[in-house]
Design a protein around this ligand. Structure first.
Ligand code: SF4
Ligand code: SF4
Length: 367
């Protein structure tokens, strides 16, 4: 396993991180954590030392599962990340309670990397940072030794990530980064690296799009023998600014395979990255990158989710069943939502890819 310095914190973390949001549902719903605990222990045995969770993950079971696993793990050999969102707490006092609940559930005395969760807009950022707000509450907890480092997770675009990084209030960032959206997000990654922050990436497989279409994403492969999921992780880790690639682990097999990507990583120079970015923007420019910039619909249509499903239409050359399947399985939605569009055009103005969203929604509604 490759280990990397997490920004300026002095901590060295494993290149592959364990994402705790996809533990097997049938197990945790019945209160049986044994298999999930084995997954955590196996990852730890294989060298993973960065474990990420959040209060809401797995219907609020994720932190409990970790709590059970951590009972038999040497605390000096791993780091834990958890989060608090605007929907969890409305002020610093409530954020403190959320933090204390996480500590209790996981049987820990402190959180190594505490995240201000899912900053989607600069208004969100302002709400987190207001006097007496969540950031203030967590900063106070940090002064008392309950938190080591305050970080943020985000869906902002590259320019806004750069603005937040420049404020100098966070030591690390967790952001969605993969072969579908990397060209669009790269600017934010570079800004965070320049600010000396640790950079943790999530959603390495583009929500499953990459392994479902290996031929279309063959440009990220540098070894024909390895599974595309491993290539997708190595593609991220080959970029020297990236500290950790988080994988939402689903099974023991998933743990074994993912960990392979944290070894023998060949760095990618700027030339190679530019070539990949060119390929992505020229060959796959009709894809929605999931940046969420358009997500301000007056009739509350969740456009990024519908456009994510439409990606299947692009990648399969017109398979409507694949779009419906993606909506159902990934987003628990059906095509009827798309018919609510009143064609105001707001989303098309905001779209970073300049996609014909209205036309796509019309097509989805007819599927
Ligand atoms: S064009 Fe349709 S989807 Fe886009 S913002 Fe307006 S109503 Fe929403
Ligand atoms: S439709 Fe455009 S703005 Fe919306 S998530 Fe996709 S790429 Fe981003």
């Amino acid at each position: 396993m490759d280990y990397r310095a997490y920004g300026k914190t002095g901590k060295k973390v494993s290149a592959i991180g364990f994402g705790g949001l996809r533990f097997p549902k049938e197990d945790y719903q019945s209160g049986n954590y044994a298999y999930s605990v084995r997954m955590i222990h196996r990852a730890h045995e294989l060298g993973v030392n960065y474990f990420d969770t959040a209060p809401d993950y797995c219907d609020e079971h994720s932190e409990d599962i970790y709590g059970q696993a951590f009972q038999t793990m040497d605390r000096s050999t791993f780091y834990v990340s958890t989060k608090c969102g605007l929907w969890n707490a409305k002020d610093g006092d409530q954020a403190r309670k959320i933090l204390e609940r996480s500590l209790t559930k996981m049987g820990l005395e402190k959180i190594d990397f505490f995240h201000i969760w899912a900053i989607k807009t600069m208004e969100d950022y302002a709400a987190y940072m207001k006097k007496g707000g969540i950031y203030d509450g967590i900063q106070k907890a940090k002064e008392e030794g309950l938190v080591d480092h305050i970080c943020f997770s985000t869906h902002l675009n590259g320019d806004d990530i750069a603005k937040v990084a420049a404020e100098g209030v966070f030591e690390g960032v967790t952001l969605g980064y993969n072969a579908v959206n990397f060209a669009y997000r790269r600017k934010g990654v570079e800004a965070c690296a320049k600010a000396g922050m640790g950079i943790v990436t999530m959603n390495p497989l583009g929500g499953g799009i990459i392994p479902q279409h290996p031929a279309r994403f063959s440009f990220i492969r540098r070894n024909e023998e390895e599974p595309i999921a491993v290539s997708a992780l190595k593609f991220i880790l080959a970029q020297p600014e990236i500290t950790v690639a988080l994988v939402g682990m689903r099974s023991l097999e998933n743990v074994e395979e993912s960990v392979l990507a944290g070894e023998n990583i060949v760095p990618a120079g700027p030339e190679l990255l530019r070539a990949m970015s060119r390929h992505l923007t020229q060959e796959l420019d009709a894809l929605c990158t999931g940046c969420s910039y358009c997500d301000e619909c007056p009739v509350d249509i969740r456009i990024p989710k519908l456009m994510d499903a439409y990606n299947e239409f692009v990648l399969t050359g017109g398979d409507t069943q694949a779009v419906k399947e993606r909506l159902k399985v990934q987003w628990s939605m059906d095509t009827s939502t798309a018919a609510r569009c009143v064609a105001c055009g707001k989303c098309e103005t905001l779209c970073t890819q300049k996609l014909p969203i209205i036309d796509r929604l019309k097509q989805i509604a007819m599927m």
